[in-house]
Write a protein that binds this ligand. Structure first.
Ligand SMILES: C[C@@](CO)(OP(=O)(O)O)[C@H](O)COP(=O)(O)OP(=O)(O)OC[C@H]1O[C@@H](n2ccc(N)nc2=O)[C@H](O)[C@@H]1O
Ligand SMILES: Nc1ncnc2c1ncn2[C@@H]1O[C@H](COP(=O)(O)OP(=O)(O)O)[C@@H](O)[C@H]1O
Length: 275
């Protein structure tokens, strides 16, 4: 059984307050985009190991046990001992540490895949609960539809929003921003106008009203990332922003841009039609 975990972008991100548990309440719009990894699970021929992880594509640091797909397998195995040994084949295309939710998406897709393959009978809500244990934004990828997210990024309301017809350019410089460190730099504040209202306004107005709170501190530390956003606006983006805690930056355009890779040499660069 094979599936294609997709990335997301954040349209705006307001960090509202620090919680007693150290996490932060925030509000953001998660929007799925068609930049994908590939994830396949097959039944292991012999039962020597519970699982074996076969990784290809862009290299990922860490041991197999650190990988979110393995964590997802182990999490379900605790409650469903009947899960049989598996080979996990994963092709990484979504850059890690990019604010694109690649690891979270892999984990959520692993839960959906195991549910189907082994007929676990989990409801959407139950899969979201398991996913939320693996990462704050993981549960979003179970339904994978545009949402207004609150709480720690784990409470969702559907939003009426379609960017179909627009094109996105995604740039990821060779800079790693730790989500934990990025939060440590932030002074939380409740926004005067909620993103939920801002996103209803025409996309042309977002430039002046929709903000990612991580940008100030991340751009200060890494001016190269700020320069990418400026360049996307120079190329004619209707809206450009950093996604999540970085370091990727996206621009939304009315028409595709030619030879875009040549303009961002040395960076991961992809252009896609939005759905
Ligand atoms: C903040 C977002 C916005 O999209 O950043 P990106 O990951 O996309 O960059 C995500 O919700 C992140 O989700 P995820 O990457 O799953 O976060 P986790 O692994 O659960 O948390 C990593 C660390 O970030 C901090 N953290 C995370 C989420 C949150 N609402 N408040 C926090 O303070 C905590 O220090 C935590 O230890
Ligand atoms: N399957 C996976 N894909 C990507 N990163 C993973 C995966 N499993 C664990 N990780 C770890 O999660 C961290 C970031 O995950 P990811 O969701 O891709 O980025 P971000 O949170 O910036 O969107 C990385 O430090 C990486 O080592």
């Amino acid at each position: 059984m094979i599936t294609f975990p997709n990335a997301k972008i954040n349209l705006g991100l307001n960090i509202i307050e620090k919680r007693p548990d150290g996490y932060h309440n925030l509000e953001t719009i998660f929007y799925p985009i068609n930049l994908q990894d590939a994830l396949e699970v097959t039944r292991r021929e012999n039962n020597d190991n519970e699982y074996t992880l076969h990784l290809s594509g862009s290299p990922l640091e860490g041991e197999p046990e650190d990988n979110l797909v393995v964590k997802a397998y182990k999490l379900l195995k605790k409650d469903y001992p009947g899960l049989l040994p598996v080979d996990i084949h994963m092709y990484k295309h979504i850059p890690a540490g990019a604010g694109l939710g690649g690891g979270s998406s892999d984990a959520a897709c692993m839960i959906k895949l195991l549910n189907d393959k082994f007929s676990l009978g989990l409801s959407t809500g139950q899969m979201e609960e398991y996913a939320a244990k693996l990462g704050a934004d993981c549960a979003f990828f179970i339904q994978n539809k545009p949402v207004f997210a609150t709480g720690i990024g784990n409470l969702f309301e559907p939003v009426e929003l379609s960017l179909k017809g627009y094109h996105i350019i995604l740039i990821k410089p060779d800079i790693f921003v730790s989500t934990r460190d990025a939060f440590a730099e932030i002074k939380p504040v409740r926004p005067a106008v909620s993103l939920k209202e801002i996103v209803k306004q025409p996309i042309e107005t977002w430039k002046d009203s929709m903000k990612n709170d991580f940008e100030d501190s991340v751009f200060k530390k890494f001016p190269e990332i700020a320069a990418i956003k400026d360049k996307l606006y120079d190329l004619g983006a209707v809206y450009a922003a950093m996604s999540g805690s970085g370091s990727s930056v996206y621009g939304i355009f009315k028409a595709p841009i030619e030879n875009v890779e040549d303009k961002f040499c040395g960076c991961f660069c992809r252009q896609r039609a939005l759905e």
